[in-house]
Design a protein around this ligand. Structure first.
Ligand code: ADP
Length: 479
């Protein structure tokens, strides 16, 4: 089984969020399961030096982007058994950030064209091309429309994974000629047309053989107007192709017994290291060092999606009503950054706001706190809640998407559960749920300890999800 996995980011080279984690860990597990999977990424100039030193030039050629002829270098590197290809063009990828540039349509249009051209040039013709999100969603479209005459490509199967349907890549229809050099024949409702624009993700959904998304709940949700972000009709039309496969987390990296980012290791049998991490975290954040005060952390993009409006709304009420510490790590919308900084200045030894992207501190927060807050308005899968569970930090989550599929709500009668959940997306419901969690923490140490054990014993590894992907690949190839 040969697979080309295309993504706009992958750790450890480039990561802004969950896609970067998935694009690293899923191929790694598939290689273990015997798949010849290779990963293609842009060659952003922000690649860490230690990897830049290892990449080798493989080949270079020219790619036609509308009327422009652009340089395309293919660099390569083998890391942990996986061959990576990096598509090099300084005009497009020598930028300070990966996304949010005015010419994103052209940048990722070029990337998609280059992927299609590359396969033949490097003589890697996969059985399956697996693309991710809008940035590479045009690859299936191009394979069907523009490259159908390439004999070598005629049996390639196409899989697209939607990691977040909010981002779709919507551009003026002129991109079809000015970037892709295709005709208007794909500009219709069952193609790439979305109102009066071209929608890359819609094209990817319509032209792929299978559409996966990152949790079973989200697979259902995106077929409704509430979560479909305007593509619910397209998804319902394609519903027989949709599968929901929960993401895993990288068990090599997220392991409380070996995590090199932690000073103190621990396991479900011996939690003494967790208590030491808590003290270290409290000290580092300037909070009162006290094992008995419950510490609630949150790590994530500070956006509406992640539900930080609820935290903003209720933080002071919580701090004024209970003896609790809150620590938030994240960057994002200025409004949240500023209000969390304000709370930190008002309650310096009880509220901490680190406005930064810091993967070492993130691990310390997962490991060293008691509760992890993730009240997302919507959540395709979510990795943070699984990482926190693995480190024995009980999540408080809104019952949506992958959060619903991975956190078992605490049942006060049976004692079952791995976290605390609420259904109604409101500050009131969030606060009530935090109170419930604090009550168990303070008054029912046995129930709490049992939950921590169960949380740490859950299997969130990539083993099973990777098998599901492999099954999809196999079913397509054997069709
Ligand atoms: P999303 O992809 O929507 O941002 P996920 O929960 O799927 O959310 O993945 C987020 C990943 O990014 C997790 O690995 C999380 O630890 C990491 N992350 C998010 N914000 C930060 C931050 N400020 N510092 C370090 N890591 C972060």
């Amino acid at each position: 089984m040969k697979v080309l996995f295309a993504s706009s980011e992958a750790a450890p080279f480039f990561k802004t969020g969950g896609l970067g984690d998935v694009a690293y860990a899923l191929p790694k597990e598939l290689v273990k399961q015997g798949v010849d999977i290779r990963v293609v990424l842009p060659y952003y100039s922000t690649m860490p030096e230690r990897y830049k030193e290892q990449v080798e030039e493989l080949i270079s050629f020219r790619v036609q982007v509308g009327w422009k002829t652009m340089y395309c270098g293919i660099k390569t590197l083998v890391l942990e058994g996986i061959t990576y290809y990096f598509i090099d063009n300084k005009t497009y990828f020598d930028r300070s950030s990966f996304y949010g540039q005015l010419d994103d349509g052209e940048r990722f249009g070029f990337f998609s064209l280059a992927i299609c051209e590359m396969m033949e040039k490097i003589d890697f013709i996969p059985d399956v091309v697996h693309v991710n999100d809008w940035h590479t969603a045009m690859v299936p479209v191009l394979l069907v429309d523009k490259y159908h005459w390439v004999q070598a490509y005629k049996d390639i199967r196409k899989v697209i994974t939607i990691h977040n349907i909010r981002f779709q890549g919507i551009f003026d229809p002129v991109v079809l000629s000015s970037i892709f050099g295709t005709g208007m024949n794909i500009y219709h409702e069952a193609g790439v047309k979305y109102y009066e624009n071209v929608n890359f993700l819609k094209g990817g959904i319509n032209f792929s053989d299978v559409v996966t998304t990152v949790s079973p709940s989200y697979a259902n949700e995106i077929q409704t107007p509430e979560f479909g972000e305007g593509l619910e009709g397209t998804l319902r039309y394609n519903s027989s192709k949709i599968r929901g496969i929960i993401n895993g987390i990288d068990y090599d990296i997220n392991n409380p017994e070996t995590d090199p980012k932690l000073l103190y290791h621990f396991s479900s049998d011996d939690l003494s290291g967790k208590a030491k991490n808590k003290a270290a975290l409290q000290e580092r954040l300037g909070l009162e060092v006290n094992p008995d005060i419950p510490l609630i952390t949150s790590v994530g993009r500070l956006t509406d999606q992640k539900g930080y409006q609820l935290v903003q709304e209720k933080a002071e009420e919580l701090l004024n009503s209970r003896d609790v510490q809150i620590a938030i790590l994240g960057t994002g919308e200025a409004e949240y950054e500023n209000s969390f900084r304000y709370f930190a200045s008002e309650y310096p030894d009880r509220f901490s706001a680190v406005i930064d992207f810091d993967i070492t501190l993130a691990q310390l927060m997962y490991a060293g706190s008691d509760l992890f807050l993730m009240p997302s308005a919507f959540e395709p899968c979510g990795l943070s809640q699984m990482i926190s569970l693995r480190y024995g930090t009980l999540p408080i989550v809104h019952e949506t998407g992958g959060l619903k599929d991975t956190v078992v709500p605490y049942n006060a009668y049976t004692g079952e559960g791995t976290g605390f959940t609420f259904m109604d997306f409101s500050g009131y419901a969030l606060l009530g749920t935090i109170y419930r969690a604090l009550d168990v923490y303070e008054n029912q140490p046995k129930a709490w300890a049992a939950m921590v054990q169960t949380a740490m014993e859950q299997d969130f590894s990539w083993k099973e999800p990777a098998k599901d992907y492999l099954e999809i690949y196999e079913s397509l190839v054997n069709e």
